[in-house]
Design a protein around this ligand. Structure first.
Ligand code: CA
Length: 213
């Protein structure tokens, strides 16, 4: 069990922190204030994309054009201000326990996130929005984590909650565990390339010792 495994690459929003309800709410409200439609559930489908990519998808669909740089900057700024006005996201139930378990086994936890909101974490090895060019679903963030950690693909596992994050981990050639902490049908995560699907971080924590990784 876990003979080769050296590191666990955790996504942040929706995995370590229960921040996605706030992100989806902020996206929905800001788009609405611009006369654009982005449902809370759709926001979960775009989770992991850069802000610019998400904004352009909505602009293309509803206005038939890309957003200008000014529009991208102002909408993303408004979304960030609204998100920051909400209560600080709490730890995802089970996440802390799993981190302790991972550390006690001598494995290295790393955090791989498209987020630029880093106040929540500071002790772990990280790949963030400031490190990457493309972001998820491009495998880049996870390939960068392997490089940073001096790891081969089969020495790590990815823990992700979003379809595009799962896709990124899968494309990086890493065993990818999906935890379905949001409102989407779990099948979407399997279709994105998840090797294993669990309903929550608590369930993953409970199953962890029995996993053949
Ligand atoms: Ca996520």
């Amino acid at each position: 069990m876990k003979k080769k495994l050296k590191a666990v690459l955790f996504d942040m929003d929706g995995v370590l922190f229960n921040s996605m309800p706030y992100h989806s709410e902020a996206w929905h409200k800001v788009m609405k204030s611009h006369g654009l439609t982005l449902s809370r559930e759709e926001a979960y489908m775009h989770e992991g994309r850069t802000g610019a990519a998400t904004i352009n998808i909505v602009f293309q669909r509803e206005l038939g054009r890309e957003a200008t740089q000014e529009e991208i900057e102002s909408i993303y700024q408004e979304k960030s201000v609204l998100f920051n006005s909400y209560a600080e996201a709490e730890r995802m139930p089970g996440a802390w326990e799993l981190l302790q378990k991972v550390k006690s086994e001598g494995l290295t936890p790393m955090v791989v996130t498209g987020s630029g909101q880093l106040s929540l974490l500071h002790k772990e090895l990280m790949v963030t929005a400031f490190d990457v060019k493309y972001g998820k679903p491009n495998p880049e963030p996870y390939l960068m984590a392997l490089k940073k950690g001096g790891l081969k693909a089969d020495e790590a596992v990815v823990v992700e909650n979003a379809p595009l994050g799962v896709e990124a981990g899968h494309k990086a050639g890493i065993f990818t565990i999906a935890v379905n902490t949001g409102p989407l049908d779990g099948q979407v995560l399997l279709d994105s390339g998840a090797d294993l699907l669990l309903p929550s971080m608590q369930a993953l924590c409970e199953a962890w010792d029995g996993l053949d990784l």
